[in-house]
Design a protein around this ligand. Structure first.
Ligand SMILES: *[C@@H]1O[C@H](CO)[C@@H](O)[C@H](O)[C@H]1NC(C)=O
Length: 332
């Protein structure tokens, strides 16, 4: 009886919120760091939404490659908002708390977005592989129906597979320390603070991170190897150089993304890695959503053309609606 009372009391006084320690680097440079991340957040959001607008507004860009890119911009906007907005709020206000439910929601969205992003990047590289290495088959494989199925699988797969670990995480109880040594609610820091047995959860999440990372990574890598192999055979040096530099920048970002995720989630957690993991996670939570819109559009002629056209349309629209004359009760 006494024991039950004790448990009840502990639950009542149990942890209501966590303290996010943040990055923990350069505490004396906090204002500079806030400004830096605010700038990154604004560029990420504007860049991604601008590309989404361009693709949606231009009928010529309604091809598989650009529709996938539109999906990626939506995903990256969510990704960045979920992680960076809370981090910024904490940096700017100096308030470091986050409630338990907020924390679990953040983890949920994060794992949802990561699972979708890996498969989406794989789908995009497969699309490029078909277009460059199998151009004759491209139109017959990448039809509307297949694209739609590919995207549906990408989004639903992550939603369904994440349901189990998220339900289990939601049932964890926390007692003792409530300090999270990280800048967002990630799985490992949360799991360490829990006083429930997490062995089943650990096995499931390890299995899932394996499924969500290794197959799409291999598919992406093989696609790019084939693409680069084809490009090298191109006769004209100019075309070759341009295609090669575009491809290698994609490949670099993709490798950085998967590489850091593999180190953080697939490799076993060790004390030396725990510290590095915080730095590594900057790459996949902050950098990837920032550079994705840049690398997929910077050297892209069609996007440049669409930008000029949209700008032209907006100028015409602005001219055809001159400012209404000022109506004032004193001027009749
Ligand atoms: C995502 O991709 C699908 C399939 O190509 C497409 O129908 C859909 O419009 C895309 N979503 C966005 C927001 O562009």
């Amino acid at each position: 009886m006494e024991e039950i009372l004790d448990i009840e009391k502990r639950n009542q006084t149990g942890i209501r919120g966590f303290i996010l320690l943040g990055l923990g680097i350069f505490p004396e440079l906090q204002p500079l760091l806030s400004g830096f991340f605010l700038l990154i957040y604004l560029i990420t959001i504007t860049g991604n939404l601008l590309i989404l607008l361009l693709i949606v507004a231009d009928q010529h860009l309604h091809t598989p490659m650009y529709l996938f890119l539109a999906n990626l911009t939506c995903l990256d906007t969510c990704y960045s908002t979920n992680i960076l907005l809370k981090m910024l709020a904490n940096l700017l206000t100096g308030e470091r708390t986050i409630t338990v439910s907020e924390c679990i929601a953040q983890y949920h969205f994060f794992s949802l977005c990561t699972g979708t992003e890996t498969y989406l990047l794989a789908a995009m590289s497969y699309d490029r592989y078909l277009a460059i290495c199998r151009p004759l088959l491209y139109a017959s494989i990448m039809n509307k129906k297949f694209c739609f199925q590919l995207m549906a699988v990408t989004w639903l797969n992550s939603l369904i597979c994440n349901a189990i670990p998220v339900a289990l995480v939601a049932q964890l109880s926390f007692c003792g320390s409530n300090v999270i040594d990280h800048y967002f609610c990630d799985f490992h820091p949360l799991e360490k603070l829990s006083c429930t047995d997490t062995s089943l959860l650990e096995i499931i999440t390890f299995f899932l991170s394996f499924v969500f990372v290794i197959p799409p990574f291999l598919l992406t890598l093989i696609s790019y190897i084939c693409i680069i192999g084809t490009i090298i055979k191109i006769k004209s040096t100019f075309g070759r150089q341009k295609a090669f530099s575009t491809c290698s920048s994609h490949l670099m970002v993709v490798c950085l993304y998967y590489g850091t995720i593999i180190v953080v989630y697939v490799l076993p957690d060790s004390p030396t890695l725990t510290h590095l993991n915080k730095i590594f996670s900057i790459f996949y939570t902050v950098m990837t959503p920032l550079v994705n819109p840049l690398i997929y559009t910077l050297r892209n002629k069609e996007i440049h053309k669409a930008t000029r056209q949209l700008y032209g349309k907006m100028v015409i629209l602005a001219r055809s609606h001159p400012k209404p004359p000022i109506s004032s009760p004193f001027i009749r």
